[in-house]
Design a protein around this ligand. Structure first.
Ligand SMILES: [Fe+2]
Ligand SMILES: [Fe+2]
Length: 477
């Protein structure tokens, strides 16, 4: 029977709808081709994950900090998908830790080395990720639709997700580009595209490839010139970042105050969580070589959740009509941890705090207060915040606790590490970095006007600081 006469039952589409019989009989694909292309995409996405993660702490622009948190996480999920697929096709060792192509490695090094945010954005979103998109499209066009259907499936998913990242990047570049630097941008972009061309594109399949023996252009930046900076930076909308003159936990856990008033402190606590990604990024950078991929995958998810929590606070204030830039958003937690502790110690502090959020006084309490407050958005956010924290406590039990004898030891270590962090509360005051001004009454007054409500005189007078207190209300010595 000729192929064109091939019939299915009452013409129901053949082959589970994957492709036509005409296509399915073609044999121009192989398992090793599939593995090879996935290895190159894996390498690229893993490097993008590393590069973006390492920029989170010191990138000042809030919208980029949070976007890098999401995009690094998306890359991590895709890396995990690829690792799983390759492990279905090959016995270990899977060869995923090896560098598949010198030119591709060089491209990512160049992007990593630039000290310019705009050049970083151009490198990631105009050169590298569009190359990954093309690689995903070619897999969909060229892989055998039946035999390699699982690879085609992940290529589709990756393309679908990455398109959003690239779109964000292009818009951000348009917003941040400055007229005078345009010519340099173009030569930067064309240099990177030249390197990508020498690599034969991300998947090595560019039909116009220049070939591996073509000469790479000279480096624009010295290798490792742009070392990871663990000191958090914020853009100019963030005022008085050293201000620790208001202790939101003390207000939140005080029975004298009304749930609705407490939602303000919860929105503040949420947006202040921006310092958790700033701190977690430093753990991922420092432990890059020391921990397996599973650690990086799960910690990246947690990092992204913390960036989401910060944005929930931003949205909370926006919903009330309050400009968050008028409130000092403190960053001394991430700053002190990053500058005073090593990565294991910082992880200990993170776990200790997150474990403390689980008992009745923690996330459940915040959720109950939000529900009683009459602010449905606060209730919604606290519900998801609580769910996320349950996941984070589990991630800690998987990746932090097993390093210690038992849970008690693991908690004790985190507690001790946190106790040894110097808050510099008085030093920051004396050196003039901040006045620790009590910003609460102004914020509360403004919110009461917007709520059409008389301020509670007790709440107006609230003036507890962090001078003698950690954020879990433990007294400092
Ligand atoms: Fe959080
Ligand atoms: Fe968390």
């Amino acid at each position: 029977m000729a192929l064109e006469d091939y019939q299915t039952y009452r013409s129901v589409p053949e082959l589970a709808g994957l492709c036509s019989m005409d296509r399915a009989v073609k044999s121009d694909w192989s398992l090793s081709e599939s593995v090879e292309r996935l290895r190159r995409i894996h390498f690229t996405l893993r490097r993008v994950h590393e590069v973006l993660t390492a920029k989170i702490t010191a990138e000042p622009i809030y919208e980029l900090k949070t976007a890098f948190s999401l995009h690094a996480y998306v890359c991590a999920e895709q890396v995990t998908l690829i690792r799983k697929r390759v492990s279905e096709m090959r016995e270990p060792p899977l060869g995923l830790e090896k560098e598949p192509c010198a030119a591709l490695a060089r491209l990512l090094e160049e992007v990593d080395s630039t000290p310019s945010t705009l050049e970083l954005l151009i490198g990631i979103y105009q050169v590298v990720l569009p190359g990954v998109l093309r690689a995903c499209q070619r897999i969909q066009d060229e892989a055998h639709p039946l035999a390699d259907s699982p690879t085609i499936r992940i290529a589709k998913l990756m393309e679908f997700e990455l398109e959003e990242l690239v779109e964000f990047g292009h818009k951000a570049i348009d917003c941040l580009r400055e007229e005078k630097s345009e010519v340099d941008d173009l030569s930067w972009c064309s240099d990177l595209r030249l390197i990508l061309g020498i690599a034969g594109d991300v998947d090595g399949c560019d039909p116009e490839r220049k070939g591996h023996d073509a000469e790479l252009p000279p480096r624009r930046y010295e290798e490792n010139v742009n070392q990871y900076n663990s000191e958090p930076r914020r853009d100019e909308r963030f005022i008085d970042s050293f201000n620790a003159g208001v202790n939101p936990e003390a207000f939140l856990y005080d029975d004298r105050f009304a749930p609705r008033d407490k939602t303000l402190m919860m929105y503040y606590k949420r947006i202040r969580e921006l310092d958790v990604p700033e701190m977690m990024a430093s753990i991922l950078v420092d432990l890059r070589e020391d921990e397996p991929w599973g650690f990086h995958m799960e910690m990246s998810r947690q990092l992204w959740d913390e960036a989401r929590h910060a944005m929930m606070g931003e949205v909370g204030f926006a919903s009330l009509g309050i400009d968050w830039a008028s409130i000092p958003i403190n960053f001394t937690w991430s700053r002190n941890l990053n500058l005073q502790l090593d990565a294991r110690e910082r992880h200990g502090v993170l776990f200790f705090i997150e474990q403390g959020l689980m008992p009745r006084s923690g996330k459940r309490y915040e959720w109950e207060v939000a529900n009683e407050s009459g602010d449905p958005l606060a209730a919604l956010f606290q519900d998801f915040d609580w769910a996320d924290e349950v996941l984070h406590a589990q991630i800690g039990r998987r990746w932090y606790v097993p390093r210690y004898q038992n849970l008690k030891d693991a908690l004790g270590y985190g507690d001790r590490c946190w106790s040894k962090v110097l808050s510099h509360w008085r030093a920051d005051l004396e050196s003039g970095l901040t006045q620790h001004q009590n910003w609460w009454p102004d914020l509360y007054q403004k919110a009461c006007e917007l709520w059409n409500q008389e301020p509670d005189p007790n709440a107006m007078q609230f003036s507890e600081t962090y001078e003698h207190c950690r954020a879990d209300l433990e007294q400092l010595d």
